[in-house]
Structure formats: C-alpha cells, structure tokens
Ligand binder design. Structure first.
Ligand SMILES: NC(=O)c1ccc[n+]([C@@H]2O[C@H](COP(=O)([O-])OP(=O)(O)OC[C@H]3O[C@@H](n4cnc5c(N)ncnc54)[C@H](OP(=O)(O)O)[C@@H]3O)[C@@H](O)[C@H]2O)c1
Length: 272
C-alpha cells in the first residue's frame, strides 16, 4: 500500500521548524534531527534553552524565540527563517500546555489559556506557514496532538478538547494539502516523561522517555504515515476503546481510572 505522505528518510540539509523546541519532546527532536543532518529552526519562549540546543551545532540552527499566542511574533520568526533558508521542508508544531482540570475544579482562565496555546495558536502558525508550503508545493506540517484527543477522559476538560480539535484539523488539512504536494502528519503520543505530565499523581501506563518519543516520530515520518501514534502497546488499546458504545466506554474508563464522584463530593462538602 502506498504511504499517505512523502516518507522522509534522508534528513541531510532539510529545513525543519520545530515550534515548542525548548524542552521535552521538542528538544529531543531537535537533537535527533541535528544528528541526522537536518537544519533546525527552534521556537519557544525560553530563548536561553534554545541557545543551549544551538550550541551543539551552531551552523545548522536558527534560534527564533516567540510566544505562539502572539501572531505577530510568530510571523517575525517565520520571516527570519525564510530570509535565511528561503524555504521550509517541515514544520513540527509541538508547543503545548496541560493543566489537569475536573468539573468541580473548573478554572476558566486556565481553560482559555490551554485553548489559546494548544489550539488558537496553531491557527497563528497556519497563517504564516501555509502560504509558504503551498507556494513551494513541497514540504509538510506535523501537528503534535495527543491520544487524549481520541475520547473524553477525566481531568481533561480543556486539554482533551484542544487536542481532539487538532485531530479534526489535521484530517481537513490533509485533504486540502495532499493534492498540492504538501504532507500533513498527526502525531499522537501516549504518556512521555516531560515536565508537562510531572504533576500527574496517577500511574501513567506505558510511560516513555522523550528520546523514545522522538525516535517513534522519526520512524513514523520515515514511513510516510498520516497518524504517528506511540507507544503502540498503549495506543492500540486506546484505539479499540474508541469503538465502544458510551455505556461500555464510561464504565471501563471509570473502573480503570478510579474516577468516581468522591472528589467532587468532598469538594462540595468542604464548601458547605
Ligand atoms: N508528555 C506527554 O505525556 C504528552 C502526551 C501527549 C502529547 N503531548 C504533547 O507533546 C507536546 C510537547 O510536550 P512535552 O511533553 O514535550 O512538554 P514540555 O516539555 O512542557 O514542552 C512543551 C513545549 O511547548 C513550548 N510552549 C508552551 N507554551 C508555549 C508558548 N505560549 N509559546 C511558545 N512555545 C510554547 C514550551 O516552550 P517554552 O515554555 O519555552 O515556551 C516547550 O518547548 C505538547 O503539545 C503536548 O501536549 C505530550
């Protein structure tokens, strides 16, 4: 069967813009791509962390600090990249944030911040990257979403919907961009040991390290997959859960996560 996207196996001199490159999966991807011979442009808010990565290969790295929620700053970063490299072979949109949130702890500011960072900012990115990719009729864009976007989960009132929207967005992009010669990749990691999940106080099944995550991503890109999900021992089970009717899905998730009415009841009692 033909792959859905152009397989990327040879990274030498490829121009990759990693947005959300300062820590975790993004930083690990930057190191892996540099080792494979790519040129990488690094964007995140923490300029010092980006400079630190650049030290490994100063000639092949562009440091372009920006806040993804600031559309003008992002455009400046894009324009600087184009002025230096005159094109982009792959955008990896990896920036994201996570605040666990349940209904009885609803926090509007935190919810809107999550949606701004994980979803609205992607549109800031598309507004600068799409014209370039379409003009080139070559290259691709990879959206890092999450398996948390497959179905509703406890503690995920803002994060889950922000990532579910990226699934839908990537599918729409694929259908528009593929005929134009531009690839779209949807990256759905399971649990990865980064600062993002450091606050999780529950057992995270099949937890992997950022270097394992970046290896899975490069493997998926080399195969030209549309959806790159990992680790498969975890993500295959989650994909099966997608097929369950609601009654069975709610019961199974509740029994696995132990998520019941007790915390909400305790919060309610404390308020009385
Ligand atoms: N860890 C997991 O288990 C897991 C699972 C599924 C999906 N993911 C997704 O994987 C991606 C990477 O997460 P990670 O686990 O590697 O976490 P991380 O170490 O916290 O990395 C998040 C990255 O996003 C950047 N970022 C956040 N807000 C930003 C903003 N407003 N402007 C620019 N950059 C911003 C951060 O840089 P600055 O703070 O320097 O700006 C950092 O480089 C996220 O999209 C996350 O949702 C993670």
């Amino acid at each position: 069967m033909r792959s859905l996207n152009e397989p990327i196996r040879d990274w030498r001199r490829r121009r990759v813009w990693i947005v959300g490159a300062s820590t975790g999966i993004g930083a690990s991807l930057a190191h892996a791509l540099l080792r494979a011979g790519a040129r990488v442009a690094l964007t995140a808010r923490s300029a010092a962390a980006l400079e630190e990565i650049a030290r490994a290969a100063p000639d092949d790295v562009l440091v372009l600090p920006a806040d993804v929620t600031d559309a003008k700053g992002l455009r400046r970063a894009h324009d600087q990249l184009m002025a230096r490299w005159e094109g982009i072979d792959l955008v990896i949109w990896n920036a994201g944030t996570y605040t666990p949130m349940r209904a009885h702890e609803f926090d509007l500011d935190a919810a809107l911040h999550t949606l701004d960072t994980n979803l609205t900012a992607v549109y800031n990115g598309l507004s600068v990257a799409l014209p370039t990719l379409i003009r080139q009729r070559q290259g691709g864009i990879a959206l890092v979403a999450s398996v948390a976007g497959y179905r509703g989960l406890p503690r995920s009132l803002a994060y889950g919907p922000s990532k579910a929207a990226l699934h839908n967005l990537a599918e729409s992009l694929y259908m528009d961009l593929h005929p134009l010669g531009v690839s779209t990749y949807l990256i759905n990691p399971g649990f990865v040991r980064t600062r993002l999940v450091a606050r999780n106080d529950f057992h995270m099944p099949a937890l992997i390290d950022p270097d394992q995550a970046s290896a899975h991503i490069l493997e998926g890109l080399a195969a030209g997959r549309f959806e790159i999900h990992f680790p498969s021992r975890f993500t295959r089970a989650l994909k099966l859960l997608r097929l369950l009717p609601y009654r069975a899905y709610f019961a199974l998730v509740r029994s696995y996560t132990g998520s019941d009415a007790a915390p909400a009841q305790r919060a309610h009692d404390a308020l009385r």
